[in-house]
Design a protein around this ligand. Structure first.
Ligand SMILES: Nc1ncnc2c1ncn2[C@@H]1O[C@H](COP(=O)(O)OP(=O)(O)OP(=O)(O)O)[C@@H](O)[C@H]1O
Length: 576
């Protein structure tokens, strides 16, 4: 019920369209009932001799034609406005969902699985269409039409046949509703199995080399077959229930018509009235049919709603500051190149017991380039994530221009701490479109200047293909770096007001391009943190810190460290 109320509240902006759809459906169904009752009544009139002659037949036929034409028009209006409302609401729902997913990213959305998120954002939202387009109007009609039929039968055939008609109609509502709860369970099971299957297919394609090399294709296909069998069984349960409901309903119409007619005749009602009342069983069937169809599809729609709300309700890992105003200190600092301070920071990933960053302190003076080296797993990328405030630290503090990160809103952090990493995400679009994600208003000349800066010899209109597949790994990294720099240029205070973090962002470059890139970046005079496995990358750094198990174990410039015999020298000797 809570999901229904939520959907109704969500549908408020489309009230006008939905009301029009409900009204058209209601009048259409009244006319639908009349299509049965009118000929039945006319036959009764003929049979009892109360009416005769061609004029009467022509009149009834004419009314019938008008009713049929009006009903067709109303059906069109009902469907049109119902679907217009549904489609606009589904669009709104996707926007609403994306709006709630962005604050959860990347810490939460990474864990949820991309295919699952896609399955909910696309398929589950599509399934909610059932509610907006095929639930609200039918539910209202399914209540009002039987009441109208009862009143009509009462007038035309008397209280007893009307009572029998009411009971027959009640059966038409109760039969589909019983089993809705079990139907909901099956729908939930089907939705889970579908989403697991989506993830399984996506994983199988991504991991194809491993699967082929391990000669595990057959085993993988067998697992897919098993999952499919489970899905088929769950769908069969739903289908069987729908079949039984449908059969019982057909029986209800035949037996019900006969019962109303016999009761009318037995209670002395006139034949035309009795026939018209009996015809109302079939005449209201279309209104009640939807209850039956809804009993099948509504649980799936509500289950989809539950999943959408669950996905949307994931808590952001970090909270926004109460005031969205940029702290005065930072605004004042706009004019200068900010310094970055990591002050005695400790951090443990949620659900883990060992800290990944353990009492780490780091000073990056204004305009300096600081290098971070360290073996795999020493916590370098985690430090980059903390600098972007993907997570809050459990102890200590990170400050940009002397302002602690939690005092900055997520927008300010994204503008102040700009990061390029090893595996950039590129859209299937042109070079220019990928760059303009960071600044839609950027002129071609500015984009070209950035491409020159990162030494990327590509035309602005060149298409990249899926995830940038038409570029080499190094070119992809350079394009992403240009986009990061563009982001910085648009930040308040411009690029000079940002801290640039490179997390293995040049790992795919050849030594010459790499050296050229670092020299270009140094000329920008901005504050930089460069994380690199390949120590050559850090040659230009003012100071290099070596990390081990979340701590800094050695610091110095390239010459000092390479001449020593500490952790840095060991990394160098190991070929880093
Ligand atoms: N999301 C996460 N949840 C839990 N533990 C994590 C998560 N990400 C990383 N870790 C753990 O934190 C530790 C440090 O990982 P991190 O990626 O920061 O290392 P790194 O120094 O960047 O390594 P590499 O050079 O291989 O990229 C590792 O032990 C890793 O298992």
């Amino acid at each position: 019920m809570k999901h229904i109320l939520w959907l109704l509240a969500f549908a408020r902006p489309a009230t006008k369209r939905l009301s029009l759809s409900v009204l058209a459906r209601l009048v259409g169904h009244i006319l639908g009932a009349a299509q049965f009752a009118l000929p039945a009544w006319a036959i009764g009139m003929f049979a009892t001799g109360a009416a005769a002659g061609a004029g009467f037949v022509v009149l009834i036929a004419a009314i019938f034609v008008v009713i049929t034409a009006a009903k067709a028009g109303l059906r069109y209006i009902e469907q049109l406005y119902g679907h217009l409302a549904a489609f606009s609401l589904m669009g709104e729902m996707r926007v609403w969902l994306i709006d709630r997913l962005i604050p959860q990213a990347p810490a939460v959305t990474d864990g949820a699985g991309a295919a699952r998120i896609q399955s909910t954002a696309v398929r589950d939202v599509d399934r909610v269409e059932v509610f907006f387009a095929h639930t609200i109007a039918p539910a209202i009609t399914a209540v009002l039409i039987p009441i109208g039929a009862f009143v009509t039968a009462r007038i035309m055939a008397g209280p007893l046949p009307a009572l029998v008609l009411a009971l027959v109609l009640l059966v038409g509502i109760i039969v589909p509703i019983t089993g809705v709860k079990r139907g909901a369970e099956s729908a939930r099971q089907v939705a889970h199995l579908r989403s697991d299957t989506a993830q399984f297919v996506a994983d199988s394609v991504r991991l194809r080399e491993e699967i082929i090399a391990a000669e595990a294709v057959a085993a993988r296909l067998e697992r897919a077959r098993q999952a499919d069998r489970q899905l088929a069984t769950a769908l069969l349960t739903l289908g069987r229930r729908a079949g039984i409901r449908s059969g019982v309903n057909s029986l209800r119409i035949w037996v019900g018509t006969l019962l109303v007619l016999l009761t009318a005749l037995a209670s002395g009602a006139n034949l035309p009235g009795g026939l018209a009342a009996a015809a109302l069983v079939a005449g209201t069937a279309a209104s009640l049919d939807t209850v039956e169809r809804l009993a099948g599809s509504l649980p799936a729609g509500l289950e989809a709603t539950r999943r959408i709300r669950e996905l949307a309700s994931g808590k952001p890992v970090v909270t926004e500051p109460e005031s969205s105003r940029e702290p005065d200190r930072l605004t004042a600092a706009r004019v200068s190149v900010p310094a970055l301070a990591v002050d005695n920071v400790s951090f443990t990933y949620p659900g883990r017991s060992e800290p990944v960053i353990d009492g780490l302190s780091l000073d990056v003076p204004s305009g300096a380039m600081i290098g971070i080296a360290g073996a795999s797993g020493s916590g370098k990328s985690t430090l980059a994530r903390l600098l972007q405030r993907h997570f809050d630290v459990q102890a200590g503090e990170i400050r940009v221009a002397d302002v602690p990160l939690p005092a900055l809103g997520s927008t300010a952090v994204a503008q102040r701490v700009i990061v390029a990493d090893q595996t950039p995400f590129l859209l299937d679009a042109s070079v220019a479109e990928n760059l303009r994600l960071a600044a839609p208003d950027a002129e071609d000349s500015e984009l070209q200047m950035l491409l020159d800066l990162v030494a990327l010899d590509r035309g602005l209109t060149d298409a990249l293909g899926r995830r940038g597949e038409r570029l080499s790994g190094g070119q992809r990294q350079r394009l992403a770096l240009a986009r990061t720099l563009l982001r910085g240029r648009r930040a308040p205070g411009g690029l000079a007001g940002c801290v640039l973090v490179l997390d293995e962002a040049t790992s795919h470059q050849d030594p010459l391009t790499q050296a050229r890139l670092m020299t270009s970046l140094r000329t920008l005079g901005i504050t930089m943190v460069v994380i690199a496995h390949r120590l050559e990358t850090l040659r230009e750094a003012d100071r290099i810190h070596v990390m081990e198990r979340g701590r800094i174990v050695e610091s110095g410039n390239w010459h000092e460290l390479s001449a020593g015999d500490g952790a840095f020298r060991k990394l160098l000797d190991a070929g880093a």
